[in-house]
Design a protein around this ligand. Structure first.
Ligand SMILES: [Zn+2]
Length: 484
């Protein structure tokens, strides 16, 4: 990404309302949040657009709502509300929250469908296959385990029906070329190769963009065939442009193509093949896709039955929004497959934030107050600590860079022992230089942390830039009792 960026459009996937928000959703959303905050600092808030939301149509939603004795709309209102609540608790700074049941979204999806039909890329044909309601997709015989969908442990239904199809085949060479030329960015390289492999294997048939209303009762009607509902993926993927008021909206003209679309591995094919094909059919430029790997929680796959599905609300309640984000992002490098060690969160909080940053702030401000009467003659310069890492989406590495400075400062204090220097008037100059250096580094630690911890960062900067520096009366990171 070059430094002459003028606008930045960031999206998370819209989350399917079949479950309450969990840490998997939170991870993607936090990553997007940090990047959005970073670019707002760089190019101004008005030039950044950060989108998230919920995906609310499909047979599974109708099925779950019926089970609970609710209408699909009541059910999706409830779960969509839970996502909004979770993002509020984690202090997520999205500019817009889209719901696929929004009237505006539905209206533009109909416009998109009509355009695709006019372009001649849709055709009607018989579809026959095995359909897993859990997955919301037809699945292959070869994917079944003992006759059941392995993800949902249920037998798929045999479906034969007339569907409208999107002629994906004709776009595959163009998608391949776009990926190779970097016009369609798929990051990291391992995922790019995976997509190229899918295209080369010719294992990507045309896909249907509709279902009969008998099999999928909850969705957007096809405008030219009311017996058919729009397939949930076409509806869902369109959100990235309907949210910008495609095709004539000012936001669309300003922000498309997306500069960072974050997604998990399980929806790679839809985003790196189907979505670009739809965009090419609409003659639109292609986005940049950033894919994160699967991760486990304390060494185990997340699952409801194991009871290790962590609610973002519980984390936010225990640690606060900003510390929760730190603890999650510091676990592993973006794009890697790894583990989130929640069982170590409390210990890591005490080590990194209470004993690391919090202690450094207390020590430095205490000494400036005591030895220099709170006055320090210092020109603050933002060294833009860790910014290059954030630009490259190396969030964990950015935090490591910042924590290295924290560690170096604490070591410097232990080595130089300012309390000994303070005993002799002739060391006054040296003491002053040392404290200046420490305050300067602390200031840069705080500015570097701004996209991750905006409030804590602002608190630290306010303390350091006050007329008179004082040790904070309350620690900004209170110690957690580990026996909890
Ligand atoms: Zn399934």
């Amino acid at each position: 990404m070059s430094k002459s960026i003028e606008k930045f459009y960031i999206t998370t996937p819209i989350y399917y309302v079949n479950a309450e928000p969990h840490i998997g959703h939170a991870y993607t959303t936090i990553v997007a949040d940090v990047l959005a905050r970073f670019y707002r600092q760089e190019i101004g808030s008005e030039n950044v657009f950060f989108l998230t939301g919920t995906d609310e149509h499909g047979a599974k939603v109708a099925e779950m709502a019926a089970k609970l004795g609710k209408s699909p709309q009541e059910f999706t209102d409830q779960i969509s509300g839970s996502f909004k609540e979770a993002w509020k608790n984690l202090d997520i700074s999205h500019d817009y929250f889209i719901r696929t049941t929004d009237a505006k979204h539905k209206k533009i999806v109909i416009d998109i469908l009509n355009k695709l039909k006019d372009k001649g890329v849709l055709y009607e044909a018989d579809y026959q296959g095995l359909y897993c309601v859990g997955c919301e997709k037809f699945i292959l015989e070869s994917e079944l385990v003992e006759g059941k969908c392995p993800d949902h442990n249920r037998e798929p239904q045999k479906l034969k029906e007339k569907n409208w199809f999107f002629s994906l085949q004709q776009f595959l060479p163009k998608i391949k070329q776009a990926i190779e030329l970097g016009e369609l960015l798929v990051y990291p390289a391992s995922r790019k190769n995976e997509v190229l492999g899918l295209i080369d294997k010719q294992s990507l048939p045309d896909f249907s963009i509709s279902r009969s209303r008998k099999s999928v009762p909850w969705g957007i009607d096809l405008p030219w065939d009311k017996e058919q509902k729009t397939y949930v993926w076409v509806d869902a993927l369109s959100n990235y442009i309907t949210a910008l008021d495609y095709p004539e909206g000012e936001k669309f003209k300003k922000f498309w193509p997306a500069d960072a679309q974050f997604l998990g591995l399980e929806i790679l094919k839809f985003h790196a093949v189907y979505w670009p094909a739809i965009l090419l059919a609409l003659d639109l430029p292609l986005p940049k896709l950033y894919i994160h790997g699967f991760f486990t929680i304390d060494g185990q796959k997340m699952s409801k039955t194991l009871g290790n599905v962590i609610s973002p609300n519980a984390l936010a309640e225990k640690y606060g929004a900003e510390v929760s984000k730190y603890l999650i992002l510091s676990q592993f490098s973006f794009g890697a497959e790894s583990d989130i060690k929640i069982e170590n969160f409390a210990e890591k909080y005490n080590a990194d934030l209470v004993n690391g940053l919090g202690n450094l702030l207390n020590r430095v401000t205490n000494m400036v107050e005591k030895y220099l009467d709170g006055k320090i003659d210092l020109q603050f310069v933002d060294k833009k600590l860790a910014q290059e890492e954030i630009r490259q989406l190396r969030f964990r590495e950015a935090l490591l860079t910042i924590w290295q400075v924290i560690q170096n400062s604490n070591t410097l204090i232990d080595q130089e022992k300012p309390w000994l220097l303070a005993k002799d008037e002739k060391n006054k100059g040296k003491l002053e230089e040392l404290l200046k250096e420490l305050v300067f580094d602390l200031y840069n630690i705080a500015t570097g942390l701004k996209p991750f911890m905006p409030e804590k960062s602002a608190q630290i900067i306010a303390i350091l830039t006050a007329d008179k520096i004082k040790k904070p009366t309350e620690p900004i990171f209170p110690r957690l009792d580990l026996s909890d």
